[in-house]
Design a protein around this ligand. Sequence first.
Ligand code: CDT
Length: 312
Amino acid sequence: MPRVVTVAAAQLGPIQRADTRAQVVERLISHLRTAAAMGCDLVVFPELALTTFFPRWYFEDEAELDRFYEAEMPGPATRPLFDEAKRLGLAFHLGYAELARDDAGRARRYNTAILVDKSGQIALRYHKVHLPGHREHEPWRKFQHLEKRYFEPGDGFPVARALGGIFGAAICNDRRWSETYRVLGLQGVEMVLIGYNTPIHNPPAPEHDVLSGFHNHLVMQAGAYQNGTWVVGVAKAGVEEGCELLGQSCVIAPSGEIVARCATQGDELAVARCDLDACASYKRTLFNFAVHRQPHAYGMIVERKGAEPPPE
Ligand code: CDT
């Protein structure tokens, strides 16, 4: 029997700071209903899909910061999303800011993505590993990117069996790192779910701005092909609090080809019928890791963090 997952890349237009959780969840539910009418199995929402992209601001007051985080999942505001997905028989993937507490009651903040299966159970929880930006306030920037301040990095790239296949997740900046896809690929991943909020302007390197759309697809297409996996990349797009975020949400086949993509910067679905068995011809041949990889030659990948050029 073919293992087909019909997936919706559920792009969101901007979420402004004044938008309430209830308003946002209503938009997510509207995406669920459209996706169900289109015969989807899985709806993929972006990174930090419940709020505006708050790392663009420096907050001194922790109580103000806390308002962007979820202390429970599902909580009172997100329960209707879980209920509606279950009623419609849909799995979904959601990015949000997670506020957990350790045994000593200390706050642990993560940029989190979950995959919720069709029965409403959380099948996979992922904490973003590659946190971009900076830790301290840098007033020279047009806007801040304080992910290093507001989150702690996750410690790995788990996969889960769901929907008849093997699923993994990555979040935004993770998609630019080949290590992300390879660690997932080494666990046999067949579909990688990636939400993102990508400001088109990068204050430390404005010369890259014009290439931001190219780089977005470049990295996800390479990651898909080199690991023989589907990749679903989903944006929060458009002008959010004066900051322009990239769109281009898409579904990428294990061939590296884009098979569906959004055309707007607003709320929009890109739907594709994904045969998970299409991964096999790549995983069995050109990218048969067990046959062709040479780990003895890759030691530096884990032993060394920064580049160390040879002496002059
Ligand atoms: N959200 C996120 O990770 N955004 C980054 C911006 C990089 S520029 C500091 C990205 O890689 O798209």
